[in-house]
Design a protein around this ligand. Structure first.
Ligand SMILES: Nc1ncnc2c1ncn2[C@@H]1O[C@H](COP(=O)(O)OP(=O)(O)OP(=O)(O)O)[C@@H](O)[C@H]1O
Length: 589
């Protein structure tokens, strides 16, 4: 990789600071703060009790005694406005809390785990949404309690499905991101993946949704009170509007105060939600990469294997259920990797290379049906492993270098954080130790200014540099096997050669076994000891690298080789590799 300048790392403003920079948002917050402060300070601002009625003051105009006048039954308007604010704010808050307490956890669990829980939760949510909200609240107020706060709790439950759907969709979208897969590959458990990568993404839409629920709840509560529901002693803006409406011809000004208070509060809350959205930038749904549902796994227990054997795959089959039957994508693949050996998995696009590699990593979509006669890593049966054991093994036992460096780094976190966390989990290092090891690794993979890259966010580094970061991460926990899925495909040609050199030297330094997925025979010549050629989900030929080039046995291998050689010079120089002898027949390098 050529030296690439890294932009200076700007400080990332936190959301509140970014929001406050918007004058509209600051104005909305000021209005809401004023309404809240006035409601809380009601006993200090007025001597009247809001439901105290003096018949002599009926429809009294504004005066020193009644700064905003008195209503149709002689109650002080200012005191009712201030205490009514308490009712509205409390009602809105209750609805938000209940909606998020019910819909939030359900949405997170449904989106993250899917499966039966998602199906059941989705069904319940659909039932709740089918029920007419206003009828339910009228029934509750008539039959259960006249308290408006109880109605707001019920409203919270009724609005929970909206929260559920929003959060579930956000979780599903982020869960399908490659960097979440990368976090799992690095061995992080579900709890950590959720806390570090999923929940931060959910916070932003939740804040926006909360402001909307709050505004809607205040409006609905006022509607109920306007209809005359609620306790007579409970001052509310809706009840004030109802009273003003009956006296609209005698004292129309009575409509003004509750109308202004309600309008300002609802408007400020809604606009604040918009401002938060703007502060966050575009919040459209992220593309969903793949759907996960069900994994069926079977494997015979690991039997005796040669001492230097690292990976054994025998009779691996992967298929996906389809409406018109089953789609088989890997059909009886068998391969082995010895300690320190590099196996190239070569084949045209769609031949099943990645599916084979992902089977070893336990990263196939959940609807994949995986069976194998044997799938063992260093004596351990991979298919029999539970998720926790799989998490421990990934990262520590097996490292993974993906195809697309950028999408495998979480854009929300600095590079350093993403490197340090797996080392702390797997190697039990302190923060300082993990940091110094990460800086050493960044230097080792050829990054010119490790300190700066450590502090950078993924968008501040180049693709080649991101791939080096991922390689550093993949070897950071001393894996015995590295699985690299087309690690150079997304990089430009000059960077490709450097990244391959780096991988080869790291592989030799750490004496790692490696499965290198590629469609490029140039890459094979560069780095592999043996090659397995795949076509249509099967391995058609496995042979030492030199033999594949010198005397390809299968017609498909010959066709692939011919297309590589026709397409341009092969980058590698097999004769320079240890053990290489005479020049290869037909090779142009
Ligand atoms: N979730 C899925 N559901 C159904 N079929 C799938 C799924 N994922 C992959 N496949 C199919 O499996 C086959 C093998 O895909 P795989 O990604 O392993 O190919 P590959 O050899 O790695 O190719 P490439 O180099 O293009 O990634 C392809 O036909 C692909 O369409």
């Amino acid at each position: 990789m050529t030296a690439v300048d890294v932009e200076p790392t700007p400080r990332r403003d936190r959301l509140p600071r970014r929001t406050l920079r918007d004058p509209l948002a600051a104005g909305c917050l000021a209005v809401l703060a004023l309404v809240i402060a006035a409601s809380l300070a009601a006993p200090l601002l007025t001597d009247y009790v809001p439901d105290h009625s003096v018949m002599a003051d009926t429809l009294a105009p504004a005066s020193d005694a009644h700064p905003l006048g008195a209503d149709g039954v002689g109650r002080d308007v200012l005191s009712r406005l201030l205490y009514g604010g308490r009712t509205s704010l409390l009602g809105g808050t209750l609805a938000v809390l209940v909606a998020f307490a019910v819909g939030g956890p359900l949405g997170v669990i449904s989106g993250f785990y899917r499966g039966w829980f998602d199906a059941v939760a989705g069904w319940i949510v659909n039932v709740i949404m089918a029920v007419p909200a206003i009828i339910v609240m009228l029934v509750v107020m008539a039959a259960v309690s006249q308290d408006l706060n109880v109605a707001m709790v019920v409203l919270g439950v009724i609005m929970a499905p909206m929260v559920f759907r929003l959060i579930r969709a956000s979780v599903i979208a982020v869960r399908e991101e490659l960097y979440v897969d990368a976090a799992r590959v690095s061995g992080l458990g579900d709890g950590r993946v959720m806390r570090r990568h999923v929940l931060p993404v959910v916070v932003a839409p939740s804040v926006i949704q909360a402001t909307q629920v709050f505004a809607v709840a205040i409006g609905i509560q006022a509607g109920l009170a306007f209809l005359g529901l609620g306790k007579a002693s409970q001052a509310s803006w809706g009840a004030m509007l109802g009273d003003a409406f009956t006296n609209i011809y005698n004292a129309p000004v009575l409509l003004l105060w509750p109308g202004v208070a309600m309008g300002l509060t609802i408007l400020a809350s809604s606009l604040l939600g918009n401002a938060v959205r703007d502060a966050l930038g575009p919040t459209g749904p992220r593309p969903v990469r793949k759907r996960r549902k069900r994994v069926v796994r079977q494997s015979a227990p690991a039997a005796d294997v040669p001492a230097d054997r690292l990976l054994t795959v025998e009779g691996l089959r992967v298929s996906y259920p389809k409406p018109d039957g089953e789609k088989s994508v890997v059909e009886g693949v068998s391969l082995t990797v010895a300690r320190g050996e590099v196996l190239g998995l070569v084949g045209e696009s769609g031949s099943g290379k990645s599916q084979t590699a992902f089977s070893v990593l336990g990263l196939l979509p959940d609807d994949a049906e995986v069976t194998a006669d044997r799938l063992a890593f260093d004596g351990q049966d991979l298919l029999g492993m539970d998720t926790a054991a799989l998490n421990r093994m990934r990262g520590h036992g097996i490292g993974y270098v993906p195809q697309e460096p950028m999408s495998n780094l979480d854009p929300c976190f600095r590079i350093g954080f993403q490197l340090v966390e797996p080392m702390r989990t797997h190697l039990g290092l302190s923060r300082a130790e993990a940091r110094s090891r990460a800086l050493g690794l960044l230097e080792r993979v050829g990054i010119p200014d490790p300190e700066r890259v450590f502090r950078s966010y993924p968008h501040q580094i180049s693709g080649g540099m991101a791939q080096r970061v991922l390689i550093a991460g993949a070897v950071s926990c001393d894996p015995r096997l590295l699985i690299a899925d087309e690690p150079t495909t997304a990089l430009d040609v000059t960077v490709q050669a450097e990244v391959l050199d780096l991988m080869r030297s790291l592989q030799q330094e750490h004496a790692m076994g490696m499965v290198l997925v590629t469609h490029d025979f140039g890459v094979v010549a560069d780095i592999c000891d043996r090659v397995a050629v795949m076509r249509g989900g099967r391995i058609v030929e496995t042979a030492p690298m030199r033999q594949i080039f010198a005397a390809p046995g299968h017609p498909y291998t010959r066709t692939l080789l011919a297309s590589t050689l026709d397409g341009g010079p092969v980058r590698g120089e097999p004769s320079a590799r240890p053990g290489a002898g005479e020049p290869l027949k037909g090779m142009t390098s």
